[in-house]
Design a protein around this ligand. Structure first.
Ligand code: C2O
Ligand code: CU
Length: 545
């Protein structure tokens, strides 16, 4: 264990690159503007909503590290699959466990029902399921059902859809699941801390074929990471969110609760990987090696019109991909992360050893693709409608806290930011010195102050602009609650892979046009799914009547 951890940690050490606190670019803006942090009201509002401390742009206040002892904690249990029929009810509790993610000793982590990750819940499309939730944490929490088009009062956003569930409290969630697909659930209070330490699980809604037991064997893999320092997770504080600049990138990968996942498959067998990026900040570029055939069959909440070949699949925090892998006659098949900046270039995440009697691949069941094609065709008729809403992704930082140097770009970087390339500045950042902004371009209103009303049934083209002239531009993972959307184009290029989604990567300097189907009444938030960016204010709301 020790040895393999060492190797992976080496693979994740990124050479320090001159960053925010380094040499000033000649064009660096100066003056008091940035230091006065006019945008911090947004961050204060968010922190208030999270119920865990009040933060403004005043100097950083006290920092109380969270308890780290594992003494007296129950050991974690392996993640299980739970099948819930229409009308079923299920008990879900959040609490602490002692869990060893493969570092050689147990860490104080969080779990749903004692499991890391939380149980994978499976339910038939169209079902209604009751979840009786209990909070065993010393903090407020809620459960958000990411991607489900459920009732707005069940969406788990404190201050918008419900009050936070206090320590010792309960909340009854009613889940309605109209769409087949791979979804997930996670804490929506202090996501950096609660989701980051383990409060996340997968939720699979099964279409008619799967309900009849047809289709390939499915393997859910919740991908995440942990930032480890001195044998434990790096510091978390009760009062403030840290690593708000880049988000908390981990230095150790966690695959479904452990360092790596290992399993077996028969020669010729088709295995369906259900992949979720549940990390706080880390994007993944996933690649399968050694397979006879790899097909990408679905995105977040929806199938493509047909299975497609894919060399690699990029997932930003919150996104999912469903990838079919047909096993070779012998040998092994590996799932790897391929971030370009790591010295070793690839990181093994999961391995299938191929063994046993050969089987014949029957192909991907065509039903889900045919149904998807029909609903996509209808929506895409509106794909060229004029943009109705433009959201600018921007930020403010207190330059004095970072040595007075912004990290501006003049052109988009060549690739996704696979690693935390500004570790020193990131370590200094918190809610007092960084504010992330999502701004309505028409009114200039920021964050929760913006106000949109749409009619049920509207198909709304939305332009997301990730401002290259931001003080510190970086990739964001945009997520909208309670509705679904299609990606129409990226930087003016039509999206070749339309599928219903709820989360999308918006690269630095990039422009992404979405077609949002406003189908679900209520008030819903949209935000960056980098936990620390959301906590630092990058969230707004809209309503559908
Ligand atoms: Cu998975 Cu508001 O998020
Ligand atoms: Cu972000």
């Amino acid at each position: 264990m020790r040895a393999s951890l060492g190797i992976v940690l080496v693979a994740l050490v990124v050479p320090a690159i001159a960053g925010c606190a380094g040499n000033p670019p000649p064009s660096a803006p100066t003056g008091g503007d940035s230091a006065s942090m006019p945008g911090m009201a947004g961050a204060g509002g968010m922190a208030g909503m999270s119920g865990m401390g009040m933060l403004g742009h005043a100097p950083p206040g006290p920092r109380t590290p969270i308890e780290r002892s594992v003494v007296g904690l129950p050991p974690s249990r392996p993640s299980q699959e739970v099948r819930l029929a229409d009308g079923a009810s299920f008990d879900l509790a959040a609490g602490f466990v002692a869990h060893d993610p493969g570092v050689g000793h147990a860490l104080r982590m969080l779990a749903y029902n004692g499991q890391v990750p939380g149980p994978t819940l499976r339910m038939p499309q169209g079902a209604t399921v009751a979840v009786r939730f209990h909070n065993d944490l010393p903090w407020n929490t809620t459960v958000h059902w990411h991607g489900l088009r459920l009732a707005a009062t069940m969406d788990g956003v404190p201050g918008v859809s419900q009050d936070p569930v206090p320590p010792g409290g309960d909340f009854d969630y009613t889940l309605r699941v109209p769409d087949e697909g791979v979804f997930w659930y996670h804490a929506h209070v202090r996501e950096d801390l609660e989701q980051g330490l383990g409060l996340a699980g997968m939720l699979v809604v099964e279409g008619p074929e799967r309900q009849r037991g047809e289709g390939p064997r499915e393997v859910p893999l919740l991908l995440s990471d942990l930032f480890l320092a001195n044998g434990d997770v790096g510091p978390y504080f009760e009062e403030t969110v840290v690593h708000t600049l880049m988000g908390r990138y981990g230095n150790a990968y966690i695959v479904h609760g452990a360092r790596t996942w290992e399993g077996t498959a028969q020669p010729g067998e088709r295995v369906r990987l259900l992949l979720l990026d549940a990390a706080n900040a880390r994007p993944f570029r996933l690649q399968v090696a050694g397979a006879a055939l790899v097909e990408w069959v679905a995105s977040d909440g929806g199938f493509f019109d047909a299975p497609r070949a894919a060399d690699s699949v990029v997932l930003a925090p919150g996104e999912r991909a469903v990838v079919d892998v047909v096993m070779p006659a012998e040998g092994q098949v590996g799932l790897y992360n391929r971030p370009t900046l790591t010295p070793l270039g690839f990181v093994p995440l999961a391995t299938f050893r191929v063994q046993g009697a050969p089987v014949q691949d029957a192909g991907a069941p065509p039903g889900p693709h045919a149904r998807a094609a029909e609903s996509l065709r209808e929506a895409l008729q509106h794909g060229r409608d004029p943009v109705r809403v433009t959201w600018d992704l921007d930020m403010r930082m207190d330059m004095l806290a970072f040595g007075g140097v912004p990290h501006s770009h003049t052109s988009p970087p060549p690739d996704v930011e696979w690693e935390d390339i500004h570790q020193a500045a990131n370590a200094l950042s918190d809610l007092s010195n960084v504010a992330w902004i999502i701004r309505d371009n028409a009114t200039g209103k920021e964050g929760m102050a913006a106000d949109y009303h749409f009619a049920r049934g509207d198909l709304v083209p939305v332009l997301l602009r990730n401002r290259i002239d931001a003080m510190h531009p970086m990739d964001h993972s945009f997520h909208l609650h309670g509705q679904r959307f299609l990606v129409v184009s990226r930087n003016g290029q039509a999206d070749p892979n339309p599928a219903w989604k709820d989360t999308v990567l918006v690269p630095t300097g990039g422009e992404v046009v979405l077609l949002v189907a406003m189908t679900n009444p209520g008030t819903w938030v949209y935000h960056c799914h980098i936990s620390e960016h959301m906590e630092a204010g990058m969230m707004g709301q809209l309503s559908v009547a």
